[in-house]
Every structure is written in structure tokens, then in C-alpha cells.
Design a protein. Sequence first.
Length: 232
Amino acid sequence: MRGVNYLKLVSAVLIAGCVSTEGTMKIKGKVIDEITRVEIPGREIIVEALLEGNNKTVSVDAGNFSTDSSGCFTYKLSKVKDARNYNFFFVGDSEYASVTKRISLFDLKTNAGYLNFSLNKLVDLTIDIRKTSKTTFRDTLYLTWKSDETDFRTLYPYNVQNFGSTGNTFGLVPGLGLRWIDGNVHSAVKTKVYSDKITRLHWELVRNKKRMEFTETIMCKRDVPNFVYFTY
């Protein structure tokens, strides 16, 4: 996750060599947890200026910094000529997912001395899947989920432990999600979702040439393990 973020930063730096800056702008603010409102220390932030033209948007490096031990920051941001909007990219980790927040130049100037950003905390979620039917064969099960409307493929890396692997085929199918075919299925999908936000899990089961859909809506709590069980 961090490797992709740094690659993005390097690309922006290379582009920045061909653009002009108009001095710097001093910005101050803090980063807080959206629910508890507590400041978040050591949060790395990458800023990109957005240049519009020829029906496309080009991002240009404008700086990077981190919040201090109290969750606050003070920084001299490069003002990129002709940039009307700036992206503040918050580098993700196991506590908070990566997210980009766009601010117009007008709002940036207006609130330069008291910028406040809020982030959603991540919590552990385990999805336990078991096939108990002994009378059906060639079952195919698909699983996808979204947390606060963010797709599982982009929210946080997942790990699948297949305990009952006898005779079953597992994999990720683009556009359809995680898939188990046939066999003795007992799997645990371990991932992270947003705390105190709606997470929707969606299963599709193909059995005897019939497709059945199941949806479960949950809200995971912070600081405790969260579990969902699906048996078919």
C-alpha cells in the first residue's frame, strides 16, 4: 500500500520539474478521528496541485509533511502557478485507510491557519464461510463487500485462510469478487473495514443452475474483533 503511494509521489515530483511556482503558503491545522475527535499523530500527508487543461487533469507535487505528536501540523506549501485545486493525500496504514481530500485554492487561502481533516478508523473483520450441505455438488459461491461505499479491493488488503481445501477451487474473479467452487469449503477472510460505518456484504450462490443472493448489513465497532458467519 505504501509502495504505491510513494510511486505516486515520485511521479508527481518528476512532473513538477516542468511547472512554475509562485512562492509558498503557510498552512496550519490538525488531523482528527472522525468519531472520537481525537488528534492523530504521525499522519503522513502528500499534497498535489491540480492543473487543468486539454480536457485532462495533471497532478503536480506541492509538498509532503506529517502531523506532530499532538496531531497538528505547520507547513510552507508550494503554490503552483495556475493550480485552482489541491489534493491532500493521507497515507494509509493498519489504523486508517488512505484517502484523498480535495480543497480549492480559495478555501485553502481562506482556512490556511486552521485546516482540519477527519479520518475514519479501520477495525478488524473476519468473515467465516462454511459449506455444510452434503447433497449438492458444483456449488459456486461469490463474495464482495463495501464499507461506507468503498469497495473491498481498494479499502484494505484481505487475507484468505482456506481450512477445508479438499476438492474446492478458490480465487478472485474480476468484477465478481472472491469465488469458491465445489468441495469442502471452510474459509476465514480476514480484512479491515471502517469503524462505526455501514458495511454491506454480498454473497451469490449458484446451486443446481439457480442463482441465490444474500446480503448482510453490519456496523463494526472499534477496539473489538468483528465477525460475520455464512453457512450454505
